[in-house]
Each structure stands twice: as C-alpha cells, then as structure tokens.
Design a protein around this ligand. Structure first.
Ligand SMILES: [Fe+2]
Length: 279
C-alpha cells in the first residue's frame, strides 16, 4: 500500500519523494557528537562539514609494508576470494591477515563510524585492494566511475598502504557534495537522488567552482575518513600501483543475505551475517 502511494508521488513529484526520504532518514539517524572527546568530535565535525578528512601517519611504514606483504600473499594463495574489477580486491581480508585486522578492529574508527551514522553500526569487513595501470586508455580507477555509495549519509575509512600521488590512483571527490545535492543537481542537470555520474556532469560542477575538485594524495599510512554520499571516484592509474584498505561499515539493520550476496565471495560470510544479531 505504502509503496504504491510512494510510487505515485515519485512519478508525479520526484522532489517531494526526495524530501520525504530525506526527512525520514534524518529522523531515524540523529547524530549526537556530544559524548565524544574533543579530538574525535573535531574529526566528525570536519567530515560533516566537508565530507571527508585526511589524517597522515595513521599507520607507520612498517605496519603498511606488513599489510602489503599480506595482500600480495593472499592474492597468490587465496585466489578463490580474489575479485577482479578495475582492481584486484578481497572483501574480508581481515580474516586472512592479523595486520589488516588491526585496521578492521580499530576502536576509534568503529566509534567514529557509529557516531556518524547515528544508528548501531559495525565494520562488516575490510577490503584489501591493489590497483595498477590498465593501459593509458583506462577509463576508470578503483570503484569505477564517479558515484555516491549511497544517497544518504554513510561512513567509510580508507588507508593508503603505499605513497599515493596523482599518478597511482588517488581518491578524488567533489568537496561538500554530500551537503549540496540540490545545488549540484541544478548546476549539472542531474536527476533527483542520482548516484552515478558521467564525467561531463561532474565537469559542470567543477566548471562552476574549480576549487571543489579535491585529489587526496598522501604518503603510506594516510587515513581518509569520508562520508561516501559525497561524489567520488578513484582516478585511473597512469603508472605505478596503489595498495589500500577500506573498512565497510554498515548499519546493523542493513546486514542480511542480500548484502552478503552483493559482496560475494566474502572470506567469512557467516561472520558478517552474525553481526546483525550481536548487541
Ligand atoms: Fe565508492
């Protein structure tokens, strides 16, 4: 019944439909940063304002190298879990490497994710990714074309394990585009709630204000915290290799068999499914 009404509203007024969804989301995902210590609060306030924050030296060189060695190892010895997209990736790499588990388990990251999401949240798995050049005609970098992971607020943490400059696939985003959806929709003539974007549409937003295009380069150990409702992509790799880890945080209520299937093969689907049951 509700779906039928919603569909009717969507057909007649996507603007109203978007507003209803927005209101519902904000009502059920209230953020409260007041219990955080000052440092954590400042971090989340920056993510809220700009959509991201970059923190250097979160891991030291040695920790990074150990993770890289483990990733190379698992790509060789655990081929059943390796997924080939623009990059090579394993979802659930924390199950195969104690070094990667340190990132997965990190209490500060988990605390920040839950507070930012405003609902019970867990790190379901860590993605270990290695991307290298696919030739000079490569269209996409890690994660494919420009997109939002979700139209609504969502938190991710990513760490570069080797030095990342303009050449080897840095994360790139449109500053504050998690907060300026309506503004950007008008500038680039986007659909309501659109979540993937052609380059020419993103170019319109950049043309309007070139300062908004941010390329997040950084040394090994650089942490990126991001609200992935921001418009983002990985730049196609021109040369070199990029190794990175990404924690996939989900609201506990989102964890179900469909999610497992979407990311399959996960190293431990049972572990992820069980997370929806824990307090
Ligand atoms: Fe993404």
């Amino acid at each position: 019944m509700f779906r039928k009404i919603a569909k009717k509203i969507l057909t007649k007024s996507p603007k109203a439909y978007t507003a209803i969804h927005n209101n519902n989301f904000e009502r059920t995902h209230k953020q409260d940063f007041s219990k955080l210590d000052k440092k954590s609060m400042d971090i989340l306030l920056e993510v809220k304002k700009n959509g991201y924050v970059v923190i250097s030296n979160f891991f030291n060189k040695e920790q990074c190298q150990k993770c890289i060695d483990d990733i190379d190892d698992m790509f060789k010895n655990n081929k059943e879990f390796v997924q080939k997209q623009e990059d090579l990736r394993i979802f659930g790499a924390e199950e195969l490497s104690e070094n990667i588990k340190t990132f997965f388990d990190h209490s500060l990251l988990n605390k920040l994710a839950e507070t930012y999401n405003g609902v019970p949240t867990c790190c379901a798995f860590t993605l270990a990714g290695r991307i290298e050049t696919l030739g000079k005609d490569a269209q996409y970098g890690s994660g494919g074309p420009w997109h939002r992971d979700s139209y609504f607020r969502q938190f991710k943490s990513m760490i570069y394990l080797n030095d990342v400059d303009e050449n080897n696939g840095p994360f790139q985003l449109i500053h504050q585009s998690h907060e300026t959806k309506d503004h950007d929709r008008k500038i680039a003539e986007l659909e309501h709630m659109q979540s993937s974007f052609l380059q020419e549409k993103v170019d319109k937003i950049i043309k309007n204000n070139s300062n908004r295009l941010k390329t997040l380069t950084g040394k090994a150990g650089t942490l990126v915290l991001v609200d992935t409702s921001i418009i983002h992509r990985g730049i196609p790799v021109k040369n070199g290799i990029r190794y990175a880890l990404t924690n996939y945080f989900f609201e506990k209520s989102q964890i179900n068999s469909h999610l497992i299937e979407h990311f399959s093969p996960l190293v431990s689907p049972e572990k992820v499914l069980n997370m929806s049951k824990t307090e």
